[in-house]
Structures are given as structure tokens and as C-alpha cells.
Ligand binder design. Sequence first.
Ligand code: DAH
Length: 344
Amino acid sequence: MNSSQNGTLSVEKINADEKSAIAAINSAKNVEELKQVKIEYIGDKSPLAKANQALGSLDPQQRAEFGKIIGAAKNQVNQVFAQKSQALESEKDAQVLLTERVDVTLPNRQPLPGGLHPLTLLTNEISDLFLGLGYEVKEGPELESEWLNFDALNIPVDHPARTMQDTFFIEPRESKLVLRTHTSPVQIRTMLEQTPPIYVICPGKVYRADELDATHTPVFHQVEGLVIDENITMADLKGTLDYFAKSIFGEEVKTRLRPSYFPFTEPSAEVDFFFNGRWIEWGGCGMVNEKVLTACGIDPKKYSGFAFGMGLERTLMVKYGIEDMHDIVEGDVRFTQYFGVGKR
Ligand code: DAH
């Protein structure tokens, strides 16, 4: 019997298995493929492993002989495998370095620090200014009763401001609620709650059924002033408005009053200020109507007072030369950066 051949085992077959195992290993193109090759050519079910298992049925001499041959073949295969494995691993690492490369020289992205909205800044500035004069800051609800928004201010039922075109009414209509159309109802709330002397400033959001355009917005802001005390005259109103205007727009600014009409003040006036060579309408004002004082339980023989109300958007636009309402509403950083957004 030829020692190179025994039943299932033959030297040729073992050499051929070794060759095909090495060929398979060498043809693996990446770590994953090599894993597959390992299972097929090195694992328990590989031809060489099976040959090894077949040794058991041989007589001792042949077992030793074939054992050596198979051992050498397996060694060879393992060695080639180890080399290939190392080569593919380092190839993979090099690939990772390339594809997952981070450019540390790129500037990092830092979120811009936030800032207060310019309207909030202006509200704070006005509040501080009046706090300095001994006023209190008072706020009221934006969802307001029709009675406080209109009736208590002596605004008649057929007044044009009370139509759907101007006012957002709340359903059901029996609720008698509106989104307040001005900050003047806070005057009433204050007079009902407090006894004179009253010195308050009421900044806040108000609503009117307007389209957003360069000069209008359906949600805007007003600031209301109210003073009730003994011997308050229109001269006090004028002096207060002058001080207000100078503090906001600059020392050289003048104000003027033009006769006007508001149901809740008598007499009433429009206040304008002179800025950059022209007169600009600012808001409404007047001496609090005796009817309003009486409705709020204040004796008009003892007390008198003045009130004023102006739009904050308009004030902001004039102060900073803003030409389009959209800039105030939209929050574009190119605009808000000027007011502190993004400053560290
Ligand atoms: N509430 C008025 C408006 O929104 C503005 C106004 C006018 C307020 C005269 C006042 C005032 O306090 O006295 O159009």
C-alpha cells in the first residue's frame, strides 16, 4: 500500500486543499471576505480539518505520517492567513483614516448668543425712565372684556373701532371678550383698583384686524401713561411728554399737541415730536374725561388727571430709522444683531 494514499486521504488531495485554501485567502479583498474564507478553509468543516479528523481511523504509522503532512499544510495555511489578515486590517485602518478624516483647521460653529427683542429693550428703557419719575409699571390681560376695552372708556356702541374690521372678537360673542385693541383698558383697571394719587405706565401687546405690511401689524405694542392727582393740568401732560420724548429721541427733540378727539379724554390731543427736521405723529393724549373718572369712582371735583398712549413699533422705527415693519416682526439676525443678538 502506497503511503501517499489511504482511503479518503491522499497527499495530492491534501496539497490541493492547501493550495485552494491559500488561493482563497489571497483572493479575499477585505476583512469580511477573509472571515468567510476562514470558515470555509480553516474552520471545523474545512477540507483540511476533515482530513485531520480522518487520521483517527489510520494505523499508528500512517497516522504519524499523514499527521505531519496535514499539520504542515495547516501551518502553511494559517501562516498565509495571518499575513493576509494583518494586511487587510491595516488596509482597513488606513481607509478609516481617510474616510473619517476630520479637518481640525475648520472654524467651529458656535450658536449665536440670544438677545432681548428690540421692543423689549425699548419697553424696558421706557419703564426705567418712568420708574425714575416715581411711576409704577402696570400690566393688564390681552384677552379683555368689551366693557373695559370700550364701554368704560366711554367709547359708544356705534363707534367704528367696535366693528369686526378693527377688532378681534372672541367666540362665543356672548362671552363679551375681545383681544384688547389698545392698552387704555389698563387705565380703567388701575383706577378701579387703586385710589389717587395714581402714576402708572402700562406697556403691552395689543391687537387689531390689520394685514402685516411695511407699516402695520395685527399684533403690536403700546405704552399707556396715566396720572391722577390733585391739581393735574395739561401743562403737566406737556412737560411729561417732553421729558419722555427727549429721553427716547435726544435732548434736542420738541413735542407739540394738536387738538383731537378721544372719547376717554377731554380735551384730547395728538402728540407729535420734531425729529430729524420733521414733525412725526407719536400718539394720543388728553385730560382724563370726567365721565371716566366718575365711572371709576374717582371724584372729579377733587382729582384730575392726564393720559397718553403711543405705539412702540412706531417709536422704535423712528428711533432707529427702521423702514419696514417686517424687520421688527421676523427676527432676522441681520436685523437683531444690531440690537445685541450674537454679542458676547
Ligand atoms: N388708546 C388710543 C389708541 O389706541 C390712544 C390713546 C389716546 C391713549 C388718548 C390715551 C389717550 O391714553 O389719552 O388709539
